[in-house]
Design a protein around this ligand. Structure first.
Ligand code: GLU
Length: 508
């Protein structure tokens, strides 16, 4: 019987969630949904020195914004808790000690000074940063070099110690990655990683294996940066639970920025977001911009992340979450690094804005306008404005600039763009237009356009030459949707007033 599909996202709460982190969430989520399994979030907070307040809450807020809610977590409950590793502390030591008893791990009593001395003493040009490994372990202070009695005494006296895995000198271990196929490692090149720290907390290596087993994880997906740790994990699975119990693994490709691995600094340097949502480092106060605040729709963000490392093998690029659940497969995730292209990311957002219904854009745009001090007279007006300008907005934040003239009189009017061609005939035309519009009983775009064209014809003027001045009078600049749609929505009084104000300015 095949195991129930259970996957996990296992973040360490050390800061904001980077693109790559959210992509890991997404692929986990898609896989779980596709196979009718469970998706859980486990907080890996055993490294107390890296713990950052607020990071855990941020992670859950991000998942909520993305619509990737887990089935089980600290916040969602579940039968496999606790879902925070620090709260599982008591469960790890027995496994580390079991390994010591079996000769697969050992106690190490080396002080930080002794470790530093080792790094200095064994440093050579070929090996500038010596590791605690099979070539060195017998020169250190541990239960392999001390007598059983000495070791017991040190332990009984409560001497600070760690437990390290004893990596075999000469073994080949391998596993089959769902993306990369067979991956092999020589154990002799891997150091004796610490499994249990002096504070009694496990390291990631021990905790990930113990918890993946305890939480009945069937598939473990993580970033490529974890591949070098795989041999340690494979051995731990073999020693503790049996290799047949090990989840199936997949290691996702790196996300590349303009110069190699995408970093937080790239964002600041090139002006694009790297985190899902704004993140302020509580220690330094440094703000790292998020896709959400930059004006991305969660649908677009998910869509672009899905394609950063996966494709279906067709030309299709726009996918909804439901469609991704249906089409996604781990076998089509690439093993080569995926290049992040901000222009392409914006293209996805533009496509999503265009195809989003007014109803779904309304809350976000409404809030944004309010935050920017624009007073929207009614929901109906807001809906009409969104419909008119959404084609022109690449980012949600573009709605502010693209629609502010609907809600307040433009502060500046680009008269310089009109003046060179402004003449008596045009002046007469607009004077007549004011008169005509004043008397208009129907105030809709169609009537306004007809009247405009009729007056132009009577005056033997080309409507094309009058449209730009009209637009600039209403909007302030050379942008915006159809000018008669704008006038219709502005209403009679406001339209007439804007024409008059602009004409006065053109007179000066
Ligand atoms: N805690 C690890 C991280 O922060 C998780 C790696 C894994 O998923 O096994 O990325």
């Amino acid at each position: 019987m095949s195991k129930r599909v259970r996957v996990r996202f296992a973040p360490s709460p050390t800061g904001g969630l980077h693109l790559g982190g959210v992509r890991t969430v997404l692929y986990n989520y898609l896989f779980a949904r596709k196979h009718g399994g469970d998706f859980l979030v486990r907080i890996e907070d055993t490294d107390q020195t890296r713990y950052v307040a607020g990071a855990e809450e941020y992670i859950f807020n991000t998942l909520k914004w993305c619509g990737l809610e887990p089935d089980e977590s600290v916040q969602h409950g579940g039968n496999f808790g606790p879902y925070r590793q620090s709260e599982r502390k008591a469960s790890y030591r027995q496994y580390a000690e079991q390994l010591v008893l079996a000769g697969q791990a050992y106690y190490a009593f080396d002080t930080p000074e002794e470790l530093e001395k080792m790094r200095q003493d064994f440093k050579t040009t070929e090996n500038p940063s010596p590791q605690y490994d099979h070539t060195i372990r017998l020169k250190m202070r541990n239960s392999l070099t001390l007598s059983a009695e000495e070791t017991s005494q040190l332990l009984a006296a409560g001497t600070r110690h760690v437990i390290r895995i004893k990596m075999p000198e000469n073994e080949t271990v391998s596993f089959t990655d769902m993306i990369r196929g067979e991956v092999r490692f020589e154990t002799g090149t891997v150091d004796d990683k610490v499994l249990l720290k002096a504070d009694g907390m496990p390291t990631y290596h021990l905790a990930v294996v113990v918890d993946d087993k305890a939480m009945e994880i069937s598939h473990a997906f993580r970033g490529e940066e974890w591949l070098p740790s795989a041999p340690v994990h494979i051995l731990l699975w073999k020693y503790l639970f049996g290799i047949d119990q090990m989840p199936q693994w997949a290691h996702f490709p790196l996300i590349l920025g303009p110069n190699g691995k995408l970093s937080k600094r790239d964002g600041a340097k090139y002006g694009f977001p790297v985190f899902a949502m704004n993140w302020t480092d509580p220690k330094t106060g440094e703000l790292t911009e998020g896709f959400k605040e930059k004006g991305f729709l969660p649908e677009a963000f998910i869509n672009l992340l899905a394609l950063l490392g996966w494709n279906e093998g067709t030309e299709q690029e726009i996918y909804s979450l439901e469609e991704l659940v249906e089409k996604f497969s781990m076998e089509r995730v690439h093993s080569a690094g995926a290049k992040f292209d901000y222009e392409k990311a914006k293209w996805f957002n533009h496509e999503w804005i265009k195809q989003s219904g007014v109803g779904s854009l309304e809350p976000g745009v409404g809030n944004l306008l309010k935050e920017n001090g624009l007073e929207v007279p009614s929901r109906e007006t807001l809906r009409k404005v969104i419909e008119l300008v959404k084609e022109r907005c690449t980012l949600l934040t573009d709605f502010v600039q693209q629609s502010s003239f609907f809600f307040k009189t433009p502060e500046t009017i680009d008269t310089a763009a009109v003046k060179p061609k402004w003449n008596e005939a045009k002046k007469l035309f607009f004077t007549e237009l004011i008169r005509n519009y004043e008397l208009a009983t129907d105030w809709d775009a169609h009537t306004l356009e007809n009247n405009f064209k009729e007056i132009a014809a009577v005056n033997e003027l080309k409507p094309g030459e009058l449209m730009l001045p009209f637009r600039i009078m209403l909007v302030g600049g050379k942008y915006g949707p159809g000018v008669f749609d704008i006038a219709a929505l502005l209403g009679k009084a406001e339209t007439l007033q804007r024409i008059e104000t602009a004409m006065k300015l053109l007179q000066d």
